[in-house]
Design a protein around this ligand. Structure first.
Ligand SMILES: [Zn+2]
Length: 159
């Protein structure tokens, strides 16, 4: 059954909450971008006269250090047969927006992935990840850009 927007939002928040807890336990300060979404339920954005970029999920800070975290969750980790690696993907359009947000704010973007099948959290600095193009042949902004699972670090469960 296709999930409604609200159901998807709720499901998406499960991973987000878990990643939030990770930072909470380390006494980081958290601003949830989705708390600043209007009634129209659009993605939270930063904008100026010239730009309009989708924001990562969390704005994290502590002691004068600040960075962005985009939270994703995937039930499993697909094998990409062309590249012969296990991959995770995000929308190409969002990838480009996040790198622009990093350039404009001067704060790094990290991608955090909750893997349901392995019950673990992976993370990497977005601009350090090697990218693998979609192979559909008619690529557009709705296509995904892929990353090698091995390029991520894993958060060790220390509780
Ligand atoms: Zn494509």
């Amino acid at each position: 059954m296709e999930m409604s927007f609200d159901e998807k939002l709720e499901f998406g928040k499960i991973a987000e909450k878990e990643i939030e807890s990770y930072f909470m336990n380390k006494d980081y300060n958290i601003i949830r971008s989705y708390d600043y979404v209007g009634d129209d339920n659009k993605s939270p954005k930063m904008f100026s006269k010239k730009i309009n970029f989708v924001l990562p999920d969390l704005d994290i800070s502590k002691n004068g250090k600040r960075f962005w975290v985009e939270c994703k969750h995937y039930t499993h980790t697909p094998l990409n047969r062309k590249y012969n690696i296990y991959v995770h993907g995000i929308k190409k359009r969002h990838y480009n927006h996040y790198l622009n947000v990093q350039n404009e704010t001067g704060n790094l973007i990290y991608l955090f992935i909750k893997e349901i099948e392995h019950n673990c959290i992976l993370y990497a600095q977005l601009d350090q990840l090697k990218t693998y193009d979609c192979q559909c042949g008619r690529c557009n902004n709705n296509c995904l850009i892929y990353f090698n699972r091995e390029d991520f670090k894993e958060i060790k469960n220390d509780n």
